[in-house]
Write a protein that binds this ligand. Structure first.
Ligand code: ASN
Length: 318
């Protein structure tokens, strides 16, 4: 019995050491560093203000209750680990002098076991999350297209040998970004539409109108459809960004919360701000840093980007 336990532990330790000792890892990390560096530069040039991330708050993104909730008790309050900083992005833009912001934001999402082997999920990852006051989806989608081409150009210039080695060729510039609607793709390709279309695609594309959280704005012209957008990487790499125009009007937020089954008590203060007309009209999005690295380096699993494995349901010791 004791022997067996020792054996199991040493296997995990061996796996952990070989994971962090991979010869390819420093190269992958250098590419990831290049992405973050270029993204910072792009944000600076575009005038977005950087906020430091928060890891704890009484409210966080409910994510449609799709992950295990993680919270701790401190100073007589419950604090949730950040799943995304969506609400803090909106609230920070209440400052009349602040019009756009971004955060390199660590997110903890304790995925269920059905996402253990997707190759796209980590239970802890970083997204670059951004938000604009008074802008719409067209603006944000164009902003992201420009960002991708800017980052890819930079990587080709700064790390050409690494890109050639890891990707097999230099990075492209994408000209036309196809825009698809979820309901149409689903009708044509069935429930696996996103993966099928991603595998067929050679360029990133947009997917509009997902059913998601209450903060994604409902289209006033077409109730039951939503002004949100996912950017999907081609070659089967799947979702790379999600974002939306936001609900900011109290009545509409209440209606959407009732529809998606939000615990409104938990959002009492947020609702109070909304009731006073305090939530600004914004749009934004966030892209996964590790997923962009995975796409660029054409890695089988996003966990190949990590130094310390964060694969859902895989045992970790560090
Ligand atoms: N970052 C996303 C957004 O801006 C939210 C999320 O990650 N769930 O819409």
């Amino acid at each position: 019995m004791t022997e067996e336990v020792t054996l199991t532990q040493s296997t995990v330790l061996d796996d952990t050491v070989s994971h962090l000792s991979r010869a390819s890892l420093p190269k992958i990390l250098k590419v990831q560093q290049g992405i973050v560096r270029a993204a910072h530069d792009f944000m600076f040039r575009k005038g977005l203000t950087q906020l430091m991330p928060l890891m704890l708050s009484p409210i966080t993104d409910p994510l449609g209750n799709s992950v295990v909730d993680a919270s701790i008790g401190y100073a007589d309050q419950r604090w949730s680990l950040t799943k995304s900083m969506i609400f803090h992005k909106q609230l920070a833009l209440m400052n009349p002098e602040l019009n756009s912001l971004y955060i390199v934001s660590p997110n903890v999402r304790l995925e269920f076991s059905d996402r253990a082997a997707t190759g796209r999920h980590l239970f802890e990852f970083t997204q670059i999350d951004f938000e604009f006051k008074g802008k719409d989806r067209f603006f944000v989608m164009e902003f992201m297209e420009e960002l991708v081409n800017f980052v890819f150009r930079r990587l080709n210039e700064e790390l050409p040998e690494l890109i050639l080695e890891l990707r097999g060729e230099l990075l492209p510039q994408y000209e036309k970004w196809e825009v698809c609607r979820t309901e149409k793709l689903e009708a044509a390709l069935g429930p696996d539409y996103e993966q099928i279309k991603s595998e067929e695609a050679t360029e990133p594309f947009w997917l509009l109108n997902h059913k998601r959280e209450f903060y994604d704005k409902e289209d006033p012209k077409k109730p039951g459809t939503y002004l949100n957008y996912d950017m999907i990487w081609p070659e089967g790499f799947g979702e790379g960004l999600s974002g939306a125009e936001r609900e900011h009007e109290y009545r509409q937020i209440k209606k959407r919360m009732a529809e998606v089954g939000t615990n409104q008590q938990a959002f009492a203060h947020y609702l109070e701000v909304a009731k006073e007309g305090g939530i600004p009209k914004t749009a934004g999005g966030g892209f996964g840093v590790e997923r962009m690295t995975r796409f660029i380096c054409r890695l089988k699993d996003v966990n190949e980007v990590t130094v310390f494995s964060r694969k859902p349901f895989a045992e970790a010791i560090f």
